[in-house]
Design a protein around this ligand. Sequence first.
Ligand code: DAT
Ligand code: MG
Length: 140
Amino acid sequence: MAIQRTFSIIKPDATKRNLTGAIVAKFEAAGLRVVASKRIHLSVAQAGVFYAVHKERPFYGELCEFMASEPIVVQVLEGEDAIAKNREVMGATNPAEAAEGTIRKEFALSIGENSVHGSDAEDTAKEEIAYFFSGLELVG
Ligand code: DAT
Ligand code: MG
């Protein structure tokens, strides 16, 4: 597998509990390198655009409110097979189903407040990176 880039969000429940460093340590231990990073505070509308793929789901409104409730840390992670590796380190969406040692198993509060987002495929990684970062912000 080639070197890939993926998009990550450290969500409001995690930034609020001061877990940014602990989560980045998990990425780094898995061989993922942070090549861009910033702390931002989304509006509900901006969160809605980011999660538009889920707009028909019953939890969409709650999800957008949550994502806009506190600052988040958006990052680009790079490494061998980065998209799948990040999903592995994150663990299952529902922390009750997440494997031992994963971020969601250790830190997530619930299926909604689950500490991290990670792109699920090459095309979404590209789109999500472009939504949050300009080319100038991406360090090789
Ligand atoms: P993932 O974040 O693992 O890619 P997803 O894309 O299916 O999961 O859903 C996006 C986010 O929406 C997820 O991280 C938390 C929220 N979510 C998903 N299913 C939910 C549910 N059943 N109830 C409440 N929130 C949910
Ligand atoms: Mg998803």
